[in-house]
Structures are given as structure tokens and as C-alpha cells.
Design a protein around this ligand. Structure first.
Ligand SMILES: [Zn+2]
Length: 278
């Protein structure tokens, strides 16, 4: 699933080619992806509008229209937003196409069909966006740590589940949560409420370093993720634990373990991320 670095890479790849484009035609092939209005209403709302900006919040891509309405795309498991130059027939699994007056188009392609397209007024964002926790890199350190520590004090679950909770911190998914905890030396099953001040500091710093580096390397491509121009990322070459089950730890030479935490497949090094003795 695309996480913050991948969605940010899609945004950066699309920004220069969609700004100031006028939407001339909207084709919808998967009606259930459109929320909360009917597909025909979305068409009416978009046709003739210009795109003024493209933002990211958590894992959402948000197009700002020239009447200040917004369209949020969530790519979920397998969604891709692909810019296509000139006439371009829809490929398999296309959910929606925005065609621009200059003859180019934007294709939302989504084999698993979980991705969504939501039109909204800025004052009334959809629930998923409204409830998002702080941005891990863009927001101030105090704000991010306050959100993490407050949530940790109120629940019993493991730290990994807390990092995946979009209402606590926005944009982390399975890859970057595993990589963060490895770098911070924290076991993924450690109860969030037992994380010490020093560990929070290491978790915060690890998030900064990993997300920044992953964005610089244009995200992680393991299966089908590509940016808005169809280019894969390169951060898969820098992963320490994610996807490295039973391989050797690059730091200590031990074996990377795999287990389920918070319902998700989880990779960690038992030497570098020891379980605390109670
Ligand atoms: Zn290790």
C-alpha cells in the first residue's frame, strides 16, 4: 500500500503537469469509488474547473479546484494516479479518467478497487481526513510527540499498532512502521504505554530520518507502486527489516523475525530490538 513517501512522490511527480489544467471530461468506470455524491454529480462539479494546487495530507492526495472545492484521492492498497500525454485508452482496472482541455489526462487505475475519490468543501472534509493525526515531518516535534504519547497513555496495545493509527500520526503504514521501530531499537510488540522518554525520542528521530530518505529516493516499490509518471521508487534498496524475513540483519548479522502485530505482518530483529524484561 502506498504510504506517506509514495503518496508524496506521486504528488511531486504530478504537480508540474496538472497545475492550471482545465478539466474537460470526466469518465467514471467504477461508481462505488466516488463518495459521497453520485458519479453524475461529480462530473458536473468537475467539468470546466481548473486545478489550482495539489496537496498531500497523510496518505490522501488533494486537488484544489479554482472554486476552492477539493477532490481527495485515497489510493488504498493498489491505486495509482497516472498522467498520460495525448490520447490514451484506459488500461485494465481504470476507475476514473480526468481529461484536460490540452489533450492530456489523469488516470486513476486500481486493480483491488479500494481506492476512493471524494469531492468536498474545505470547511467540511470527509471523516477520514478530519480525524487525521499530525503530519510526522511537517508538523512540529512537540505536536507529533504529544499526539503519540497521549494516545499511548490511553491504550494497552503495542507500539506498532499506535504508529499505524492514522488518527495518532498520519501517513505511516506497514513498511515505515517496521523500519522506524528497527532504527529506534524498539520491539514492535512493546506496549505503547511502556515506551520510555528516550525511546520516544529515538522513535521520533527515526521517523524523520526514514521518511525524509524514503521521499528522497521516491518511495518503495515492492509490487506495483509507481509515481504519477509510471516510474518506480528506489527506497526498497534501503530497507533494513521490511520484506527481509529470515534474512540476515544488516547491523548485527542475526536473523530477521516475522510475526503478526496489530493484525499486520511485522518484521524485526530480536537482537537489535530486544523485548524489555518486565
Ligand atoms: Zn540486528
Amino acid at each position: 500500500m502506498p504510504e506517506l513517501p509514495e503518496v508524496e512522490t506521486v504528488r511531486r511527480s504530478l504537480l508540474p503537469v496538472v497545475i492550471d489544467k482545465e478539466i474537460q471530461e470526466v469518465e467514471i468506470f467504477l461508481e462505488k469509488a466516488v463518495r459521497p455524491i453520485a458519479p453524475e454529480e461529480l462530473k458536473l462539479a468537475l467539468i470546466g474547473r481548473k486545478i489550482e494546487d495539489l496537496l498531500r495530507r497523510g496518505k490522501y492526495l488533494i486537488f484544489i479546484l479554482d472554486n476552492s472545492q477539493r477532490v481527495a484521492f485515497h489510493l488504498r492498497m493498489t491505486g495509482k494516479l497516472l498522467y498520460k500525454a495525448g490520447l490514451s485508452a484506459p488500461e485494465k482496472h481504470t476507475t476514473l479518467i480526468l481529461s484536460f482541455s490540452d489533450g492530456n489526462s489523469l488516470h486513476f487505475v486500481d486493480p483491488r478497487k479500494f481506492g476512493t475519490v471524494v469531492l468536498y468543501e474545505p470547511a467540511n472534509p470527509p471523516a477520514g481526513l478530519k480525524k487525521l493525526g499530525p503530519e510526522p515531518v511537517a508538523d512540529k516535534k512537540e505536536v507529533v510527540l504529544f499526539s503519540l504519547k497521549t494516545a499511548a497513555s490511553r491504550r494497552k496495545g503495542p507500539i506498532k499498532g499506535l504508529l499505524l493509527d492514522q488518527t495518532v500520526i498520519a501517513g505511516l503504514g506497514n513498511i515505515y512502521a517496521d523500519e522506524t521501530l528497527f532504527r529506534a531499537g524498539v520491539h514492535p510488540t512493546c506496549p505503547a504505554r511502556e515506551i520510555t522518554a528516550q525511546e520516544w525520542e529515538r522513535i521520533y528521530q527515526s521517523i524523520q530520518e526514514i521518511l525524509t530518505k524514503a521521499i528522497n529516493h521516491r518511495g518503495t516499490t515492492r509490487q506495483d507502486y509507481v509515481d504519477g509518471r509510471g516510474e518506480p521508487g528506489e527506497y526498497q534498496n534501503y530497507l533494513n527489516v521490511y520484506g527481509r524475513k529470515e534474512e540476515s540483519c544488516l547491523v548485527c548479522g542475526g536473523t530477521i523475525n516475522y510475526t503478526r502485530v496489530a493484525g499486520r505482518g511485522t518484521h524485526y530483529c530480536p537482537n537489535c530490538q530486544p523485548l524489555k524484561k518486565v
